[in-house]
Write a protein that binds this ligand. Sequence first.
Ligand code: HEC
Length: 202
Amino acid sequence: MTTENNNITKRENDYEQETLNNERLLSEHEYDGIRELDNDMPFWLKWLFILSIAFAFIYLIRLWVFRSDDLYQLKEYQAEVAAANTNPAAAARSEAFELVLLQDEGSLAQGKEIWTKTCAVCHLADGGGLVGPNMTDNYWLHGNTLEDIYGVIENGVIDKGMLSYKDQYSPKQRLEVASYILVKLHGSTPAKAKEPQGELYE
Ligand code: HEC
């Protein structure tokens, strides 16, 4: 019954009406004879919509015009890394754990002190070896890199009589003595060298 009416051209605010309660009907929207009322959006939904548009504008202006730091993951990441690095405790930690051979005389002197005091009993002061192996030759039981040597000092080889110095010395001190072995002892000529142990590393 309404199909004929729908085809009649209407002015904009010329609504069709629901016959029961005289409410406005959505025009040109009918499915199996069912119509919908043309109600206004609830005010909260309308404001949510408007605010989300406003938010999008502010966001895009901050992103494209002001290039705000907090909207870029990369910048955010860099800022956090920078903050972590300026934190003295963290800096000291990462410095200690950076396994780089120490070459300066100060660190090597520290290393020598630890060596003479603690390690010389088994390895001899000149590194020639006694209970523990010779440090001056090219034969190593556990590898010849800084990591290998640092690892032995840290964890020990308990069943073979080499202790772990994890608790006795800080990472920095362990690095100092490892560097001392590689820079000063290795390649030197000890008074009495113990026979080679382990594999030959060129
Ligand atoms: C109680 C004796 C003893 C003391 C003290 C000792 N070591 Fe050792 N060390 C050994 C023995 C034994 C080995 C051989 C372990 C094996 O056979 O695997 C060894 C092995 C090592 C190795 C590995 C050598 C290789 O050929 O791979 C390093 C490096 C080392 N010691 C460093 C040190 C340092 C540094 C100290 C002092 C902080 C120290 N040791 C103190 C007995 C000792």
